[in-house]
Design a protein around this ligand. Structure first.
Ligand SMILES: Nc1ncnc2c1ncn2[C@@H]1O[C@H](COP(=O)(O)OP(=O)(O)O)[C@@H](O)[C@H]1O
Ligand SMILES: [Mg+2]
Length: 305
């Protein structure tokens, strides 16, 4: 694990008869932003708690910065934003950070500068001395982010950081995560929503009911699922010349050719034109995460599910 930050191998976690995680492998390398994606109950928070040593796995093991997960040294360079975390409304952001700086044992001489840096990285500098209770939800969530960034951790773990944020808050959060990547900080980002991870993650692991459904660069996992063609002048039922392009569905006022890959588009368009149709547009069908889940779940046994 030369440049490894985190390596989980075969993690299983059972709560009584319920299996929260089954055979989870997860790797984060230095400087990577990795997304852990899955619906509620998939096991994302459990995975985070296991890697932080807050929950002991039933089976499997791992290394965090080369230390066993149960070793407190493993966590020394990790910043953590827990799920649904709320800071005290009666403190200012600077006071919240002061409290955490003390808990972290940051050297008193550099504490103020560290707090300023964390506030700046979470884009809170201009409101640092206002009460947290007077902040918008997005700003309150960024206080949690600032706490996670305190002391410049090499690895930041964010559990559903976008919960409760409006679109602007989400964009600001993405900006903060991109800033971390630029500084070389590794990030693990939990989310139940694809849109939160797709623009910032180098890699994603998709979890479902405690199991890894898929793992890799998001672009590979969400390859377009065919093409949608806006076409007029075709007779119905569709001419048999289209049979070779696989199943066709009516999709609004367009036709969806689910089996056509990008390099098959020119031939499809040529056939449509030969049939006397007018092609107005052709666009890739971008699967939503939910559609992709369904596809992945239909992978025959022996596949990656
Ligand atoms: N402390 C616990 N006791 C019993 N079951 C738990 C506990 N924590 C989580 N679970 C169960 O484990 C599964 C995974 O939960 P969690 O890791 O919180 O999922 P996610 O973060 O993806 O929503 C769920 O079925 C949840 O109910
Ligand atoms: Mg969770």
């Amino acid at each position: 694990m030369v440049d490894g930050v985190l390596e989980l191998r075969g993690i299983q976690k059972r709560y009584g008869s319920r299996t929260a995680l089954e055979a989870l492998d997860l790797e984060v390398r230095a400087g990577q932003v990795v997304g852990l994606l899955g619906p509620n109950g998939a096991g994302k928070t459990t995975a985070v708690k296991v890697l932080l040593g807050l929950v002991r796995p039933t089976a499997g093991d791992g290394l965090l910065f080369g230390h066993a997960l149960s070793d407190p040294k493993a966590r020394a360079r990790v910043g953590y934003l827990p799920e649904l975390f709320r800071n005290p409304a009666w403190l200012t952001a600077r006071e919240v950070l002061g409290y955490h700086a003390e808990l972290l044992g940051l050297a008193p001489a550099t504490r103020a500068a560290e707090i300023d840096a964390a506030l700046a990285n979470a884009d809170l500098s201009s409101r640092a001395d206002d009460l947290v209770g007077h902040y918008s939800k997005g700003m309150q969530q960024r206080v949690g982010l600032a706490v996670a960034l305190l002391g410049r951790p090499a690895f930041v773990v964010l559990d559903e950081p976008a919960t409760g944020l409006d679109p602007i808050g989400r964009e600001e959060l993405r900006g903060a995560i991109r800033g971390l990547r630029e500084q070389g900080t590794s990030v693990l980002l939990n989310s139940h929503q694809l849109s939160e991870v797709e623009q910032v993650c180098d890699r994603v692991t998709i979890l479902h009911e405690g199991r890894v459904l898929a793992d890799g660069p998001l672009g590979d996992l969400l390859r377009p699922g065919g093409v949608r063609v806006h076409v007029t002048g075709l007779a119905w039922p569709l001419p048999s010349a289209l049979d070779r392009y696989g199943p066709v569905e009516l999709d609004g006022d367009a036709l969806a050719f689910r089996a056509v890959e990008p390099d098959g588009v020119p031939a499809l368009v040529a056939t449509l034109v030969e049939l006397g149709a007018s092609v107005h547009s052709v666009e890739p069908i971008q699967p939503t995460l939910e559609e992709r889940f369904r596809q992945l779940l239909h992978v025959p046994s022996g596949g990656s599910a």
